[in-house]
Design a protein around this ligand. Structure first.
Ligand code: XBP
Ligand code: MG
Length: 253
């Protein structure tokens, strides 16, 4: 039987609630700075989240929501420049400490480290954004705690494709059966299940109605000893917060 050797975390929505008050805000700042009248409301952004990746999301917006905006062969370059600007605004925002980690994340990661569990990241967001979140919301230097950071354009097909998880597993030199994945969205779990990873979901406002069939456990949050999670699906083994002990049980099931 395989043993649990590594935890692979999604970033946006899983480690922190970054979308509504982080990425969305930064996109709007980039649009305004470029003199565009584009504005992504909280509601519109929820619809745009069906496409992962900031550049891909902007292309989707032009294709389906802002169809009157003239596009030509220079549009991909414009999107690239807007995205670079958005990344600058986003990392600046994170450097103020505006976006904290979700409940239980810091505790679980530290418990994993104390027990020599290997850690990795699998995300569609840009590497600079991962570093900014870890350094400002987790701990200075904590980027180094993650042996593998699979992020952004490192694979051509973003989530829901399984490529980013498969890439992370290859770098870890582990089988999917040796690991657990942590996700928050339908696109995320499609990707992790596509790589044959058992997956634990913590939902958020944008993903609470997503279809999480196939998840080992669906929670509202990771929880803390004094602040229990609510279990939405799956077996929590009569526990109230996500601990390494619970992860071993889920992995062995
Ligand atoms: C995250 C995303 C990303 C971010 C923006 O999805 O969809 O596109 O919203 O990141 P997941 P960039 O949590 O499933 O990885 O703008 O840096 O692409
Ligand atoms: Mg996510």
């Amino acid at each position: 039987m395989s043993s649990l050797q590594a935890l692979i975390f999604d970033v946006d929505g899983t480690l922190a609630d970054t979308e509504r008050d982080g990425h969305r805000v930064a996109f709007n700042q980039a649009f305004e700075q470029a003199g565009l009248d584009w504005y992504w409301s909280v509601e519109l952004y929820g619809q745009l989240l069906s496409v992962t990746g900031g550049k891909e999301r902007m292309a989707y917006y032009l294709d389906k929501f802002n169809t009157g905006f003239p596009t030509d062969s220079s549009t991909p370059q414009m999107i690239k420049e807007l995205h670079a600007s958005k990344t600058m605004h986003y990392t600046e925002l994170l450097s103020t400490g505006a976006i904290p980690l979700r409940p239980g994340v810091n505790r679980l990661i530290n418990e994993a480290r104390e027990n020599d569990m290997r850690l990795a990241i699998s995300t569609t967001t840009t590497p600079a954004n991962v570093t900014a979140l870890l350094e400002h919301a987790l701990e200075k230097g904590s980027t180094d705690w993650f042996e593998v950071i699979a992020a952004g354009d490192i694979v051509p097909a973003k989530k829901p494709a399984a490529d980013i998880y498969n890439w992370a597993l290859k770098q870890l030199n582990l089988d999917a059966s040796d690991c657990l994945a942590f996700e928050d969205s339908r696109n995320g779990i499609k990707s992790s299940l596509g790589a044959d990873l058992k997956t634990i979901i913590t939902i958020n406002d944008y993903t609470k109605d997503d279809d999480f069939s196939g998840a080992s456990l669906v929670l509202d949050q990771m929880g803390e000893p004094d602040s229990p999670f609510t279990t939405l699906a799956g077996d929590n083994y009569a526990t109230s917060y996500l601990s390494l002990d619970l992860l071993y049980k889920i992995h062995a099931a």
